[in-house]
Ligand binder design. Structure first.
Ligand SMILES: [Zn+2]
Length: 272
């Protein structure tokens, strides 16, 4: 039986003869149903007309994306450490070229994903590398469409990963019961630290500041108290660069600063 993929958000579902009745991720106010209605595809169909692209980001992690772009344009980053490699985020498409590229860089020891919009085909990525653990915050349990024993739900505010990486519960984009996590990577940027913010701490095109949204496609702002909570969550961590899914990079930055009172947006790691 196929594992259907939602064509709008890229989330993979459990095996079924027929496509699922609906996609809860897209029905949520942070996402949307496409103008052609709910559409489904499969990984095999996706592989027929898409391929992965591997891009070295110097200095920094290796980015993995799909071409042409699929769903919400998810991309993942391979963080290499002496203790093993971590795939930060996930995407719907996985093919031999991506698997070979990761193997050539030492394989995969773990996967960590910021929030449900990136869960995509995470189980496929885990299984391609022997069932490596996938670290998600327990508050997001209800958003996992394809459960699997490889998923490790962590609780609390921070969680250590291999290689000195730390998962940080930030909240925000998925707030309250739906927390999100960023990765702090102390060995990145020549030992100065990298903050992998996903959509949670979004590096804008200008690259001098970060911004924060409750919904990006629907342009629903995040409230100021949630922005301050994110600032407080990452404040203890030193980092020289922050990266976002767009590939934009904020640098150099070391300190966190919350938004001024009454502001809808904030700055974290503002340029020195
Ligand atoms: Zn969807």
């Amino acid at each position: 039986m196929p594992h259907y993929l939602c064509a709008t958000c890229g989330t993979q579902f459990p095996p079924s003869d027929q496509p699922p009745a609906a996609c809860p991720i897209c029905l949520d106010e942070r996402q949307y149903i496409g103008w052609k209605g709910q559409q489904w595809t499969t990984l095999d169909q996706l592989r027929a007309d898409h391929h992965t692209i591997i891009k070295e980001e110097e200095p920094g992690p290796t980015a993995i994306g799909a071409e042409p772009s699929f769903a919400i344009g998810q991309r993942a980053q391979l963080v290499q450490t002496p203790q093993g490699n971590v795939l930060w985020e996930s995407l719907s498409l996985i093919d031999d070229a991506a698997i070979d590229a990761i193997r050539a860089r030492g394989g995969l020891a773990a996967i960590a994903i910021s929030h449900p919009h990136y869960y995509s085909s995470m189980i496929e990525w885990s299984q391609a590398f022997g069932g490596v653990p996938i670290y998600l915050h327990e508050a997001e349990r209800g958003w996992v469409m394809r459960p699997d024993p490889a998923i490790v739900f962590w609780s609390g505010e921070t969680h250590p990963l291999l290689g000195g990486l730390t998962l940080i519960r930030c909240g925000g984009h998925f707030a309250g019961a739906q927390a999100a996590a960023g990765v702090h990577w102390p060995a990145g940027a020549e030992g100065c630290g990298v903050l992998l913010g996903g959509d949670i701490l979004y590096v804008v095109s200008d690259r001098r500041w970060l911004s924060f949204m409750y919904s990006y496609p629907n342009l629903i702002p995040l409230n100021a108290s949630a922005v301050r909570r994110i600032a407080a969550a990452v404040e203890p961590f030193a980092y020289d660069r922050a990266t976002a899914r767009s590939g934009a990079r904020l640098a150099p930055a070391r300190s966190a600063r919350a938004a001024p009172p009454g502001s809808q947006s904030g700055m974290i790691g503002r340029q020195r």
